[in-house]
Ligand binder design. Structure first.
Ligand code: AHR
Length: 523
């Protein structure tokens, strides 16, 4: 790469600014050149790409979100005040509930009416523990209202009937005098709720019923036929799809279902080792598992591309979306904890994983209509962890918070003039990942990830079609690849200001090693 004397001087200047702010030392004076075409806006980046998934699993709902009105933990109508306030600040666009695997054994009538009369069931998937049904349909919509989110209901196709599924939707949306509308009113909710999305089963290839794609495609049509709601409050219907590199579910559903299907779901979990029996640890992992985790998480790019290609063949008008309604990291259970509760610590690595995924999702905005991280509180790649009355925000929370400006923004193309790789033991990933967009209020926003755990990266950014006049940067980084927040030290990993120089319309900045940065530029 050729560097003019001026560029070199500016890069050194930018680096010294970062050094002055206490960032890691300058490792390379050679700037990576990034060009942004603000004059060539692309597709909208849906806010739904920043969705959440909250299942009845471990301490995700019970204790994590819902503690009940009599709890000593400060709450409003049984919802933890601290958790609700933190989630609200994330501007969560949509919450998927009640599962996951739990969805296909959930019977909605168990979760309505007076709480002391609700039946106790067994949560057979997750720890074989009592499910009190204290958190049911009314509580879910209360949560969604408090967060300013929309509802994505996952219906039970595995062990429920078409009638049960249809009646749940009627209970939630009926506006007339039907028995179910009156029952909802008797239970305290006068007006219908808005159900934005309705999933017809979950992982029907596994915990949702061990079906074949063809069998499920027929079943989907049968159940979806009876999913009716008043005009103006009809949910988008989402079919349960495949996972990882699979395309057979998308292929079969797209070929067999030519009405009443707005989306097909897909799931992908990132395992450091790529192997389920020994996935890798959440903290105290070797550098080999830093790079393998980042490498594995970026496989989603290819998996989305494969499924999009299938949809392009069957649905050239792009009516059917892909819903990545479960994604995130999945590590070995923490020693001493109930393995079925899927509780795991969350480190700087998880924040980098989250930001890499966001950067990839933006490039799939045409078909990727939603993504839901698994899961909101205390489960898998959680944004919040709790222990009794204590709560902490994870590095993943901060990545979501920093990327808020991308919700409902417009994608803007960008390209690097060459990209060096970070390599370890034969595994290579690009050193830097970038995304860019125009926000709803006209700013230009950049999301940048430095994947290299040792080397900072100097960046020179040129922008076409945008007269940059002011700039502000925020960075999330830490000293160690497994740096994390604890209940005793909850602010070890949190965003800080990053100086960015604006020089004749060009941006000059230094990305610390192992970091996530968001830069907002205004005209
Ligand atoms: O998120 C945990 C589980 O992972 C979900 O219940 C299931 O859908 C997936 O296998």
């Amino acid at each position: 790469m050729n560097l003019s004397g001026n560029t070199f001087r500016n890069c050194m200047l930018a680096a010294s600014l970062v050094l002055a702010a206490g960032a890691p030392g300058l490792a390379s004076a050679q700037a990576l050149e990034l060009s942004i075409r603000a004059d060539e806006p692309g597709l909208p980046i849906s806010r739904y790409l920043y969705g959440q998934f909250a299942e009845h699993l471990g301490r995700g709902i019970y204790e994590g979100i819902w503690v009940g009105e009599d709890s000593p933990i400060p709450n409003t109508k049984g919802f933890r005040n601290d958790v609700v306030a933190a989630l609200k600040a994330l501007q969560i666009p949509v919450v998927r509930w009640p599962g996951g695997c739990f969805a296909d054994e959930y019977h909605w009538r168990d979760g309505i009416g007076p709480r002391d009369q609700r039946p106790v069931r067994i949560n057979t998937h997750w720890g074989w523990v009592d499910e009190t049904n204290a958190f049911g349909t009314h509580e879910f919509f209360e949560l969604v209202d408090m967060l300013g989110s929309e509802a994505y209901i996952a219906g039970n196709i595995g062990s429920g009937t078409p009638r049960e599924m249809a009646e749940w939707l009627e209970y939630m949306t009926a506006d007339g005098n039907s028995e179910l509308a009156e029952l909802r009113r008797a239970n305290g909710r006068q007006d219908p709720w808005k159900v934005s999305f309705f999933g017809v089963g979950n992982e029907t290839w596994g915990c949702g019923g061990n079906m074949t794609p063809a069998y499920y495609a027929d079943l989907y049509k049968r159940y979806a036929t009876f999913l009716k709601a008043p005009e103006g409050n009809r949910p988008k219907k989402i079919a349960s799809g495949g996972s990882n590199e699979q395309t057979i579910w998308t292929e079969t559903l797209a070929a067999a279902v030519d009405w009443g299907m707005d989306g097909i779901s897909h799931h992908y979990y990132t395992l450091p080792t790529g192997e389920w029996p020994v996935k890798g640890k959440a903290v105290g992992f070797p550098e080999q598992e830093w790079i393998s985790t980042l490498f594995n998480t970026m496989r989603i790019d290819e998996y989305l591309r494969l499924n999009e290609a299938v949809l392009d063949q069957h649905d050239p008008e792009s009516k059917v979306g892909l819903y990545l309604d479960e994604w995130g990291t999945w590590y070995d259970p923490e020693p001493g904890r109930e393995p079925g509760f899927l509780y795991q610590q969350n480190t700087l690595r998880d924040a980098v994983v989250a930001a890499l995924n966001f950067n990839i999702f933006h490039r799939h905005a045409k078909r990727l209509h939603m993504a839901n991280i698994a899961q909101t509180v205390n489960v898998l790649q959680a944004v919040i962890l709790t222990e009794g009355e204590k709560m902490l925000l994870t590095p993943t929370y901060h990545a979501f918070e920093m990327y808020k400006p991308f919700q409902d923004s417009t994608f803007v193309p960008n390209a690097f003039a060459g990209m060096p790789e970070y390599t370890l033991d034969g595994v290579s990933v690009p050193r830097v990942s970038a995304t860019s967009a125009r926000t709803r209020d006209g700013a230009l926003v950049l999301g940048l990830v430095n994947l290299d755990p040792h080397e900072s990266a100097t960046l020179a950014v040129s922008i076409d079609g945008f007269a940059a006049r002011s700039v502000a940067g925020r960075v999330l980084t830490a000293n160690a690849i497994d740096a994390h927040n604890t209940f005793d030290a909850p602010e070890t990993v949190k965003p800080a200001a990053l100086e960015v120089e604006l020089d004749d319309g060009r941006l000059l900045l230094e990305l610390p090693s192992k970091s996530v940065t968001v830069v907002t530029v205004r005209e």
